[in-house]
Design a protein around this ligand. Structure first.
Ligand code: PGA
Length: 251
């Protein structure tokens, strides 16, 4: 069976004390729950070390929201994969639509980021997804295929086993408009087919594909019940321990 994952993308929210409170609440509430999925918390970079300290005593994993495409050196403001690894980060989000849009990250730059993460044994959560206009033009499958091919298909099959996909239709992110379970399933099945064509059936069947975009405590169960939806990448609803754990308990 594929690994099911619920990951919380906190984006640029919470001060240090608030972050510690939320991590502590999630860690303690997880103790009473027999979750069927892996839980990944992706707080801002400044809090990763603190999150890792909590993770040592708990069952969750720690993820970063971004990584530099460079190894090291004169890149003011950047954080390298080696640095993430040195504070025990397990996962890193790459290619979130907000980074594509506001920081002009393209598929080729993202391929470099994936390579840096592989060098340091950090699992990539690679985000793909179309904007509304692309869906309306009926080119959403082409867009998602291109994002996956250009950022990931230079990898060997072995390297590709360190990739988690996250389908996040941009029109659903932070808008309260969720993809319908059928829309999510349709795209996830397509993504699995794209992977199968490149890496074969076994790789396709074992790749975890998450859904993201206004996934919440009320709609997670139906989304996660779809055959090719293996969990979620959660933004807004990951900022409250109770909501986030309800989502993680939705399998
Ligand atoms: P949302 O964000 O759940 O707030 O829509 C998801 C994401 O951006 O990863």
């Amino acid at each position: 069976m594929r690994t099911q994952i619920v990951a919380g993308n906190w984006k640029m929210n919470k001060n240090f004390a608030e972050a510690e409170e939320l991590i502590g609440a999630i860690a303690s509430e997880m103790e009473d729950k027999q979750l069927k999925c892996e839980v990944v918390l992706c707080p801002p970079a400044l809090y990763l070390e603190m999150a890792s300290d909590y993770a040592d005593e708990s069952d969750f994993f720690v993820g970063a929201q971004n990584v530099s495409e460079h190894d090291e050196g004169a890149y003011t403001g950047e954080v390298s994969a080696a640095m993430l690894n040195s504070v025990d980060v397990d996962f890193c989000i790459v290619g979130h639509s907000e980074r594509r849009k506001y920081f002009h990250e393209d598929n080729y730059m993202l391929a470099n980021k994936v390579n840096r993460l592989l060098d340091h044994e950090i699992i990539t959560i690679y985000c793909c997804g179309e904007v509304l206009e692309e869906r309306e033009k009926n080119i959403h499958f082409d867009i998602v295929e291109q994002q996956i091919k250009e950022s990931l298909f230079h990898l060997s099959e072995d390297e590709f086993s360190n990739i988690v996909l996250a389908y996040e239709p941009v029109w659903a992110i932070g808008t309260g408009v969720t993809a319908t379970p059928a829309q999510a399933q349709e795209m996830h099945a397509f993504i699995r087919k794209v992977i199968k064509n490149k890496y074969g059936e076994e790789a396709a069947e074992s790749t975890t594909i998450l859904y993201g975009g206004s996934c919440n405590a009320a709609n997670a169960k139906e989304l996660f019940s779809q055959a090719d939806v293996d969990g979620g990448l959660i933004g807004g609803a990951s900022l409250k321990a109770e909501d986030f754990l309800t989502i993680a308990n939705s399998f």
